[in-house]
Design a protein around this ligand. Structure first.
Ligand code: ZN
Length: 274
């Protein structure tokens, strides 16, 4: 009898709290995403050895460039948590070619990545990809898959909630640092195309161009950092191209009028970076 009650309770809990706006199973609340992200943000800021932050008051133009791009992307109709999340850009001053997203809208870009890219449209593609990881709640979704049952059990057993919160926060940090699954990667690539199609960064070669460049580099001298935390599917470029083609077939995609301006802006920002 007790077991039935437990199973019933699990099902009720999963049904009531267990879904994201995209209907994927997620046992965490949207405000927990923001809370975990905020904890990760604090941990990054408290560790200048591993994460030397590019000073915002010293490099306002660089932050402005990325923040404007983020705001444009967030205007896309495909964004689910525009108002609920605490969207924030942090730039890490290091030659690592990577970017990562914490839950709840916290995005981190390395100066090494910005320098590595040739065009603003490529950066917009990568930003769209990171926005998708956080907006589609990939970290807490993964935690749900891996730890969902034990978390539910702890709640049912009435475990100290502060203790539970601590465990969850450390899991969130791990989830952010660990590589995403291939299916999360495919979803992030797909939404990067959808978001940028709605912006003036529209460039079918933007999202794909970055991966093309990375994949070519990985054939030469090892796997670039970005591909190790955002694992590539062998069909990645083809999938991105197909997403563009399907999108173009279903709705007229806006054509950016100021590509050249954006590419010139990207070069100017690269020249400012330390
Ligand atoms: Zn990714």
């Amino acid at each position: 009898m007790k077991i039935y009650a437990l199973v019933y309770c699990l099902i009720v809990m999963m049904a009531t709290i267990g879904c994201s706006k995209d209907n994927d199973l997620n046992l965490f609340t949207v405000s927990q995403d923001v809370e975990f992200g905020s904890q990760i943000d604090s941990a990054v800021l408290a560790n200048p050895t591993d994460y030397p932050i590019l000073n915002k008051s010293q490099y306002p133009a660089v932050y402005n460039y990325l923040e404007t791009m983020l705001n444009d992307i967030l205007q896309s109709d495909e964004i689910l948590y525009r108002d609920e999340f605490n969207w924030k850009i942090t730039i890490i001053n290091s030659d690592v070619v990577n970017a990562f997203a914490a839950p709840g809208g916290y995005l981190f870009f390395y100066t090494g990545l910005i320098k590595y890219l040739d065009k603003g449209s490529q950066l917009a593609g990568i930003m769209g990809h990171e926005v998708a990881h956080t907006d589609r709640r990939h970290s807490t979704e993964t935690m749900t898959k891996e730890y969902g049952f034990s978390v539910l059990l702890s709640i049912l057993m009435g475990e100290e909630s502060s203790q539970l919160e601590q465990i969850l926060a450390s899991l969130a940090l791990q989830g952010t640092i660990l590589a995403y699954s291939r299916s999360n990667e495919n979803e992030a690539d797909k939404f990067a195309v959808y978001y940028t199609a709605d912006t003036r960064y529209y460039n079918p070669l933007g999202v794909g161009g970055f991966f093309e460049k990375l994949l070519a580099a990985s054939e030469g001298n090892g796997i670039p950092e970005f591909l190790s935390t955002h694992p590539s599917d062998e069909n990645r470029l083809e999938n991105i191209q197909n997403t563009w083609n399907n999108l173009k077939a279903s709705e007229p995609v806006l054509t950016s009028v100021d590509w050249q301006d954006l590419e010139a802006q990207h070069s100017a920002i690269k020249a400012i970076l330390p």
